[in-house]
Write a protein that binds this ligand. Structure first.
Ligand code: SF4
Ligand code: SF4
Length: 520
């Protein structure tokens, strides 16, 4: 049996879809094929990614194309210095291997090839090859109808600044220091073996794959490709409700567009997650159409059934809980309007607390320093004398009126100390104001503290949109975000009603999307 292999050094990004399709078709007819492609400058997004969430589209503009892979996982910023290895094969005895084990198994011949070249890399779950903690390569995989497509992105050299500008990763930093730190996180192959030729690398990888699969390597010319493809603009309006959940397998989003009466017209599951089943998300999305949005949680449980989804780091319970979070936002929408609901998130450490239960137990309000005016002498200090010149003062007044502890968080260390203090004195829940990017990046601080919370997203310029994350964590972010004091007030009034009633199970009616702005 043969392992057909080829190099495609000058592949047009717009032909990548046709390239994958060709490999898939050959594997469907029983062949095993491995291709080594180099794409010119482009962004290659994962099969399930929303480009608006994954990429800085404002930077990309017309600079280079955005194309979509068949495989899930995160997006890539590519140029011809990255080798994309695409291996297509019949599933054979890999048919029933658990997704995480299959991923590490398929990475093994790559690690062996790198060892042949003197690079002692190891596999790092869920899908990376690393050396001394630095990322060397990422792998992606789908398995469907008897065929697998395994792809690995192996940078020979890497333009980290371009990567940070292209990908909308809250983890990344573009300041001088941030770039330095980011460069330390990657180990492109030629920083390890300066004279590494791609022909040598391709030959080693082919040899190791052939050995693993017990096949005979056979070189062939690159395929001739006809059809061009790029990601087309999503012309849909923003979703009516949306929820996100950080899982060990990545951040998963559920978006829903509603008909009047709050039934789902369209749904979208998205994220940089490794889902091996390429049709699972679209099947779930279809099954949700016409579902009453408040029933998203049971509807998702039903759609998933008893089978464990073919995913890495995402459990069925995660997807079902996403439905719960979406329904919770609908409930918030019933109280405050759907537009306001999109700014409010629930954090329940054990996924057991409802939003009304958390609101009724609020003991503290945490505000970010970035919402104080840059000229305010209290900007980098905890506290506020309520001088009446900004919304943070209003937020302080709202909290103090209710005898709630109120703090300005001045940097990340202060946040951890504040959470530890709240925990130490038995705080039941808090109301936090911060940007979603911060929450996604630093959620572990909240998980560690284990205190239920309701978060209100800030508006205005965040240090993510301005690319000043590094300064922000050190408490030096110099632009001004915006706290919606009116929304905060309405949320606290809701909390007052719940406290008076002593009933954490209010039965708010979900709003109709047609009138969602009313009352906001
Ligand atoms: S209200 Fe407080 S935070 Fe705002 S400007 Fe006055 S002192 Fe500064
Ligand atoms: S990360 Fe930046 S913008 Fe977001 S809350 Fe913190 S300081 Fe404000």
């Amino acid at each position: 049996m043969m392992l057909a292999w080829h190099e495609a050094p000058g592949l047009e990004p717009s032909h990548f879809g046709a390239y994958e399709t060709g490999l898939w078709a050959r594997a469907s007819s029983g062949e095993t094929v491995v291709g080594f492609a180099r794409l010119s400058r482009c962004a290659l997004i994962g099969a399930f990614e929303d480009p608006h969430r994954a990429l800085r589209l404002s930077y990309i503009g017309d600079r280079f194309p955005v194309v979509r892979r068949r495989t899930g996982g995160g997006s890539l910023s590519l140029d011809a210095n990255t080798l994309i290895v695409a291996l297509a094969l019949p599933v054979g005895h890999y048919a029933d291997l658990a997704p995480a084990l299959l991923m590490s198994t398929l990475c093994a011949p790559f690690l062996a090839a790198l060892r042949d070249l003197g690079i002692d890399a190891v596999f790092a779950a869920p899908n990376d090859l690393v050396i001394a903690g630095r990322k060397l390569a990422s792998a992606f995989l789908i398995r469907h109808e008897g065929v697998m497509l395994f792809e690995m992105a192996l940078p020979l050299a890497l333009d980290v600044e371009e990567l940070l500008k292209t990908l909308r990763l809250p983890l990344e930093k573009l300041s001088e220091q941030g770039l330095l730190a980011a460069r330390q996180r990657f180990a492109p192959l030629r920083t390890l073996v300066p004279d590494l030729g791609s022909a040598t690398l391709c030959a080693r990888i082919t040899a190791r794959i052939a050995q693993t699969l017990d096949l005979q390597g056979c070189h062939e010319p690159p395929p001739v490709l006809g059809r061009a493809d790029v990601v087309t603009e999503d012309s849909r309006p923003p979703p009516d409700i949306t929820a996100f959940l950080k899982t060990p397998g990545g951040v998963l989003y559920l978006d829903a567009w509603l008909d009047p009466g709050a039934t789902i017209r369209e749904a979208r599951l998205a994220g940089a997650v490794a889902c091996l089943d390429p049709v699972l998300f679209s099947r779930i999305e279809t099954s949700l159409v016409s579902t009453y949005a408040a029933r998203l949680e049971p509807a998702l449980a039903e759609a998933l059934g008893d089978a464990s989804p073919d995913m890495i780091g995402v459990e069925p319970a995660d997807i079902v809980y996403l439905g719960h979070l979406c329904a919770a936002r609908l409930l918030v929408g019933g109280e405050l309007g759907l537009d306001a609901a999109s700014q409010i998130s629930v954090f329940s450490p054990h996924r057991t607390d409802s939003i009304d239960a958390i609101l009724a137990s609020l003991d503290a309000v945490l505000l970010p320093y970035c919402a104080k005016p840059t000229w305010c002498k209290w900007r980098h200090r905890d506290g506020c004398p309520e001088c009446g010149r900004c919304a943070v003062g209003e937020a302080y007044a709202l909290a103090r009126k209710r005898q709630l502890t109120v703090m300005t968080i001045t940097n990340f260390e202060h946040l951890r100390a504040a959470l530890a203090e709240l925990k130490g004195r038995g705080a039941r829940a808090f109301l936090g104001v911060c940007c979603t990017d911060f929450f996604l990046k630093r959620d572990y601080a909240f998980v560690e503290a284990g205190i239920p919370a309701v978060f209100v997203d800030i508006g205005g310029d965040t240090c993510y949109t301005l690319r000043q994350e590094e300064e922000a964590y050190a408490g030096r972010f110099e632009a001004q975000a915006y706290v919606d004091a009116r929304l905060l007030g309405r949320l606290l009034e809701w909390r007052d009603r719940l406290t008076v009633q002593g009933d954490s199970k209010t039965q708010a009616q979900p709003p109709s999307p047609a009138v969602r702005s009313a009352g906001t």
